[in-house]
Design a binder for this molecule. Structure first.
Ligand SMILES: [Zn+2]
Length: 277
């Protein structure tokens, strides 16, 4: 089945459709045996929910995909539960999970932009690109995506990994950070690595990208080579960092992240020398 994204006019659920219902960062799913699914709702009363604002976020085949947000997890019908998006990554089918990531961001953005940020009037209209248009002053506000870089820095068959105090465990990962205004992605790579670790890099190459639905960040991955400098850590961001060999790595991020893809790329290159890079 094909999914076609729509730039969410506020909808009324007059027809059956897929409901992506959020409470904070949790999604409502229907649970049967070991299976979880996004609920398909024939009539709005079916889930016994009373959403204040329903968005039409796309079409899956002939069926609309609606999204909404609840303030509490109360009144969830039997057989349904709210589950965290991270938990659902490997449990929900890929198509539903992708739509859920987009739906979560749109619901959040919609909630944060009920009024025009320029003149304070209610800003309910949308154009076909999904931007909100203020009825009073005409100000256009587009759904927000936050670009961020993530980079594997390599020095003599070792990778630069850092542990941040923000991590919930003793995990080490590659360097990442948000792009600042007026900055290219390559400039951001250089600045972030230098600010956080004191290392200067060269030969920055694009690796791949990943949309990180939990934060609305578009993670743009790079590889880079060590150029100069000694490790000098930004105490506010980084608690520890070091150069690690492929056969002597610390605790790493989960398999699903681009951070881990970058580290796996490094391991593959350095443990299997015959493999082309
Ligand atoms: Zn306005």
């Amino acid at each position: 089945m094909q999914y076609e994204s729509l730039n969410n006019p506020v909808a009324s659920a007059a027809q059956p459709g897929w409901w992506f219902v959020f409470c904070k960062d949790k999604l409502l799913v229907k649970i049967s045996d070991d299976d979880v699914q996004v609920p398909f709702v024939s009539a709005p009363g079916e889930l016994n929910l009373d959403p204040k604002r329903l968005l039409h976020v796309g079409q899956l085949g002939d069926d609309p995909c609606f999204s909404t947000r609840l303030d509490s997890e109360n009144s969830v019908p039997d057989g349904y539960a709210f589950q965290g998006m991270r938990t659902l990554f490997s449990r929900l089918d890929d198509m539903s999970y992708g739509i859920a990531g987009r739906a979560m961001q749109l619901v959040q953005w919609d909630m944060d932009h009920l009024f025009c940020s320029r003149c304070g009037q209610q800003a309910a209209d949308r154009n076909k690109e999904g931007a909100q248009i203020c009825r009073s002053c005409g100000y256009l506000s587009f759904p927000r995506i936050s670009p961020a870089i993530i980079v594997a820095v390599i020095r003599d068959n070792r990778i630069l990994l850092a542990h941040s105090g923000r991590f919930i465990n003793n995990m080490y990962s590659v360097i990442a950070g948000y792009v600042e205004m007026g900055e290219s992605l390559e400039e951001c790579v250089k600045r972030e690595v230098e600010e956080e670790t004191g290392i200067e890099v060269k030969n920055i190459r694009y690796f791949g990208s990943q949309y990180w639905a939990y934060s609305g960040a578009l993670m743009v991955g790079f590889t880079a080579e060590y150029n100069s400098g000694d490790l000098r850590l930004d105490d506010a961001e980084i608690e520890d960092a070091g150069w690690f060999a492929a056969d002597d790595l610390p605790m790493l991020p989960g398999k699903l992240s681009i951070a881990r893809e970058l580290i796996d790329w490094f391991v593959e290159k350095n443990l299997n020398k015959e493999q082309p890079s």
